[in-house]
Design a protein around this ligand. Sequence first.
Ligand SMILES: Cc1cc2nc3c(=O)[nH]c(=O)nc-3n(C[C@H](O)[C@H](O)[C@H](O)COP(=O)(O)OP(=O)(O)OC[C@H]3O[C@@H](n4cnc5c(N)ncnc54)[C@H](O)[C@@H]3O)c2cc1C
Length: 336
Amino acid sequence: MLWARNVVAMTKTSAGNLDKRYDVVIVGGGAAGLAAAVTLARARRAVLVIDSGAPRNAPAGHIHNYLGREGSAPADLLADGRADAIGYGAEVLAGTAVSAEREPHGFRILLDDGSAVLARRLLVTTGLVDELPDIPGLESRWGREVLHCPYCHGWEVREQRIGVLGTGPLAVHQALMWRQWCEDVTLFLRAELGAEDAESLAARGITVERGAVAGLALTVDDGGAERFDGVRLEDGTVVPVQAVVVASTMVARADVLTSLGLEPVELEMGGHVIGSAVPADAMGTTAVPGVWVAGNVTDLKSQLIIAAGAGLTAATAINADLSAEDTRLAVAAHRS
Ligand SMILES: Cc1cc2nc3c(=O)[nH]c(=O)nc-3n(C[C@H](O)[C@H](O)[C@H](O)COP(=O)(O)OP(=O)(O)OC[C@H]3O[C@@H](n4cnc5c(N)ncnc54)[C@H](O)[C@@H]3O)c2cc1C
């Protein structure tokens, strides 16, 4: 894999454990985790990032709305982030953390290969999983013609014919929002429309398609390449849109946190559940002392640059906490 080029090889003890105690172990090497790693390594902390290599935006060709990195490939941003972190002395390990447990001086983080690492503090930046509506074809075109976020993809499909799959409670809101980028918007909707919504859609020139959606219309050519042709209705009609918009359910990847007793909570928008996230304060502090979170695992709405900022913020809080502990230990040693 491309991203593996900056990964540091780690030595293991005969027991299969990494024999080093880190100031901070960061589980998750996306934008949030790597920004935190750079900040902590620059603060001269011993840092390990454990990353399983599946950032949320991996299916997308390019990133947008990240100042100074407009149009970069997602993998390139992270490769540069890893190089930055490693340049300041952080270590990056390709692997998956499965759980964590308290031990006298911090935490033991367990990996799926049976190894473990020790850390004084733990930062979890594992992101989220987008669960897509159960409609055939969505999965394979996700991040290409199947879109969720106008700020990530709206400009790229401006003035194209788009369809909004009205599977969720926010379908009307989505259709009206995407109308900013595209004049030709079709809302595929079975649910009844209130008078106000119907009037708003009509006023913005949005077509409402009442036929039941069977799936995406995909054609495989002789070379095996898949082509997206539009939305297929149950009666066989293909509505020829160039992209479709869906609402995913955004589920925090929280296994490591739940193992420490930190459960995700459901989040609502306009009275509807849109996903789950692990609660934390503005610095990323969780209810478990010594454990911080940043990025999508705690904030479903955060874009890349916000996730990176949250990683930096959590890193400063962690460093302050470690400094306080270093001082307490120094005073105790000094007195004795
Ligand atoms: C299709 C698509 C396109 C997008 N485009 C844009 C865009 O153009 N601009 C923008 O600002 N935002 C975009 N986003 C949103 C963007 O993906 C998120 O804002 C961003 O990924 C959040 O960063 P993060 O670090 O919190 O999580 P992630 O980027 O998802 O990183 C989490 C990392 O943790 C790792 N991980 C998870 N569990 C474990 C574990 N147990 N052990 C070890 N590692 C683990 C994962 O492999 C991953 O590398 C897009 C999202 C999607 C779905």
